[in-house]
Design a protein around this ligand. Structure first.
Ligand SMILES: *[C@@H]1O[C@H](CO)[C@@H](O)[C@H](O)[C@H]1NC(C)=O
Ligand SMILES: *[C@@H]1O[C@H](CO)[C@@H](O)[C@H](O)[C@H]1NC(C)=O
Ligand SMILES: *[C@@H]1O[C@H](CO)[C@@H](O)[C@H](O)[C@H]1NC(C)=O
Length: 382
């Protein structure tokens, strides 16, 4: 493991005597809107005021004003379960000071959002913390980003950080893939008849090839039997484990097809067999997705990458693209609905991806997630 999992600092932490209400009032320049909202949500406020050993991620006045003018606000107002899920996604299970979060380049932090209708991730859905140039950013569903003020505000229950955008609850696998334009991957799930099962399974890691990857082997996949397609699909799934990139080291992992995939870290990039992870750590309701630039071949686990090459040779001998277009996509219609479970990111699109610092993480992809999800960009453009 290259990044230590952050542990709650239960010993070193010095209790601040201030109540949650005290600190919200003291920070009224940035938190008065939150204070007013929580005051109107008496039950939520009491729970939040009494819970101990936590980190509250407190949306700033600006963040809440954006929320109030987004469709998500209406959904929160009319759906008490969604509101509880939303609030619990803003509470970290453990006390994480900025010095701890900032000391890591990439970490998944557990939240209290563990209700089945919104999370099938054991131990609670996580958020990703990314540090670039001393700026900590939380990356949540569909790559939504929230920047964090660089200080701790301690109170009796733990610590609180101010964020400039509300967090986005990770959506289902299918919704997330469609939002990212990964229509071939969705088409393959449908062709193999496993879309529903894979969306409902708990704790999954999915390696999802992008449309270019499927296009590159179009000549082969169109003639594969259903059994072959299912084996190929299963070779992209690790069940029962949510492998955030921080947990992936050089080595191998057994997939749902029974065959192993091999991980390599080369020149700061993560490869699965010979395919490059172009976007890592896309959070979904039941686990995590890493996006690949190649389709993995269960009969070719010994394929190795050329790390310096921009694109990799397909892992299927003799495969080419066809004039017929990207495989599996003809029946996949991308709708731009934003369901309650998949609120559109409220973060303004970043003007440019954050610069990569000299001691950047080995896997820098969450920044890529933000970059491709920012504005109208889609993963399909990778
Ligand atoms: C979690 O699994 C349950 C049972 O299979 C299902 O009803 C629920 O929709 C799933 N939730 C998510 C977020 O995937
Ligand atoms: C892998 O190779 C075996 C043996 O040659 C073959 O039966 C099978 O169809 C191949 N699988 C795929 C997905 O090509
Ligand atoms: C395995 O993948 C490599 C590319 O990494 C490719 O050159 C080779 O043809 C593939 N072998 C088979 C049997 O598909």
């Amino acid at each position: 493991m290259r990044w230590k999992r952050l542990l709650p600092l239960t010993i070193a932490w010095v209790v601040s005597g201030q109540s949650l209400e005290d600190v919200l009032t003291a920070q009224s320049a940035t938190l008065s809107t939150l204070n007013a909202w929580l005051t109107s949500q008496q039950v939520a406020f009491e729970i939040l005021s009494n819970v101990q050993g936590v980190t509250l991620l407190a949306p700033s006045n600006n963040a809440l004003n954006q929320l109030y003018s987004s469709p998500l606000y209406g959904q929160l107002a009319s759906d008490p379960n969604l509101l509880v899920a939303f609030l619990s996604y803003h509470v970290l299970d453990g006390i994480y000071f900025m010095s701890d979060i900032g000391a890591t380049q990439l970490a998944s932090l557990p939240t209290f959002m563990n209700m089945n209708s919104y999370s099938n991730v054991s131990g609670g859905q996580v958020i990703e913390a990314v540090t670039q140039n001393n700026q900590v950013t939380f990356v949540t569903g569909n790559g939504a980003q929230a920047n964090v003020e660089p200080y701790d505000i301690n109170y009796v229950g733990g610590t609180l950080h101010i964020i400039d955008s509300v967090l986005t609850i990770p959506s289902s696998l299918t919704n997330t893939l469609l939002t990212g334009g990964l229509t071939a991957a969705v088409g393959l799930l449908r062709r193999a008849g496993v879309e529903s099962a894979l969306n409902l399974a708990s704790d999954v890691t999915i390696f999802a090839p992008n449309n270019d990857a499927f296009n590159a082997i179009g000549s082969l996949v169109n003639s594969m039997t259903l059994e072959q397609l299912t084996t190929v699909l299963n070779y992209h799934v690790v069940q029962g484990k949510v492998l955030y990139s921080q947990l992936i080291a050089q080595g191998s992992e057994i997939t749902a097809s029974g065959a192993s995939i091999n991980f390599r870290i080369e020149d700061g990039a993560l490869f699965v067999n010979s395919a490059r992870v172009v976007v890592s750590d896309v959070l979904v309701g039941n686990g995590v997705v890493h996006i690949l630039d190649g389709v993995l071949n269960p009969n070719n686990s010994s394929a190795t990458p050329s790390p310096s090459a921009a694109t990799q040779e397909p892992a299927f001998n003799g495969a080419t693209s066809t004039a017929g277009g990207v495989p599996f996509t003809s029946a996949v219609i991308v709708t731009t609905t934003s369901t309650a479970n998949a609120p559109a990111p409220t973060t303004p699109s970043p003007t440019s991806p954050p610069a990569v610092v000299a001691d950047a993480p080995v896997v820098q992809a969450p920044v890529g997630v933000a970059a491709v999800f920012g504005g109208a960009a889609m993963w399909a453009n990778l």
